[in-house]
Design a protein around this ligand. Structure first.
Ligand code: MEV
Length: 320
């Protein structure tokens, strides 16, 4: 085999953000906006990367031992994935790696994680190295930590397994949930937020105020456990209330913004069962639960938000 094409889904965090970085559970769903990673063998001694969505054109990388500090931002995750793959399975021929994305890297849909998984799964198929999903996860998680130093890995699990997952930090538990329907509206604030920055912000708060912040994390854990049941039972009324509680707890961590709150309150006032931010906070996306999507979408748009149309519970990484 000389060429492989893999596609991986983006993700949406439903419950448990931030607390999951510190050992708690979260619930994540894969979305049907996907990233394609195409890997071709070349008769050369370098790897050439093209990733137009992050302005990377013909970037030359080594098979392994790439110094991440010297790689432009958009190429770091691919370089880290190559480094880690090469440690376990030394590469001995050139490669052309190209990525094509359905979604903008500015939404918090997890484009970096989706690409990291695509590269590792693609190399696994192309080189016949027979890693299973858990081994792909472990290598991808190490790669993400090599680049950004922080993160729970939940987005990698969504990219690999797809569906809707109950996930515990570092992949200690990854349980697919039985979710048939999820009437969700996704609103984008128009503000790009950097996850690592907000994870560090919460880490600073935790250093300064360990007791209250740890208490907030433990309440978030309770909320996630209840949300798992409500989600599997399709109990939207309870799930909406739990979203509101989770949002209040995220506010107390300090990751809310007025733009997120505007969209969240607009959703609630237009009849949503509940609404919360999704992801690290500081901007980016919010989600609302409603069976009257049109009303909620209009309310979000009236407050300056952009509706993102994406189906949840999407299929995981696949060979195209
Ligand atoms: C970001 O989407 C979610 C966080 O919990 C970070 C992580 O889990 O890696 C804030």
């Amino acid at each position: 085999m000389d060429k492989i094409e893999i596609s991986t889904p983006g993700k949406l965090m439903l419950f448990g953000e931030h607390a999951v970085v510190y050992g708690g559970p979260c619930i994540v769903t894969a979305v049907d906006q996907r990233i394609k990673v195409i890997i071709e063998k070349l008769n050369s001694q370098t790897v050439v990367l093209n990733a137009p969505e992050v302005n990377i054109e013909n970037l030359a990388l080594n098979f392994g031992s790439n110094n991440l500090d010297q790689i432009p931002k958009g190429g770091k995750f691919v370089a880290a994935a190559l480094n880690n793959f090469n440690v376990q399975f030394p590469l001995d021929n050139g490669l052309r790696i190209s990525t094509i994305s359905d979604f903008s890297s500015k939404f918090g849909f997890g484009s970096s994680s989706a690409v990291t998984v695509g590269v590792i799964k693609g190399l696994n198929e192309l080189m016949g190295t027979k890693m299973n999903n858990q081994q792909i996860f472990d290598m991808a998680y190490k790669s993400v930590l090599d680049v950004q130093g922080v993160g729970s890995g939940f987005d990698l699990a969504a990219a690999i397994w797809g569906g809707t997952l109950y996930f515990i930090t570092g992949g200690k538990q990854i349980d697919p949930l039985r979710v048939t329907k999820l009437p969700l509206v996704i609103g984008y604030t128009g503000i790009k937020a950097d996850t690592a920055t907000w994870v560090r912000f919460v880490a600073n708060r935790k250093n300064q105020f360990a007791l209250p912040i740890n208490s907030v994390f433990s309440v978030i854990e309770n909320v996630v456990v209840l949300a798992k049941k409500a989600l599997e039972d399709g109990n939207w009324n309870s799930l909406g209330i739990l979203m509101d509680i989770n949002q209040g707890l995220l506010e107390s961590l300090g990751v809310g913004t007025v733009e997120l709150s505007n969209l969240i309150y607009a959703s609630r006032l237009s009849g949503a069962w509940g609404a919360k931010l999704s992801g690290a906070g500081g901007g980016d996306c919010m989600i609302a639960l409603s069976d009257n999507k049109q009303n909620v979408e209009q309310a979000i748009q009236a407050k300056g938000g952009t509706i993102i149309h994406a189906k949840t519970n999407a299929e995981g990484a696949r060979i195209e």
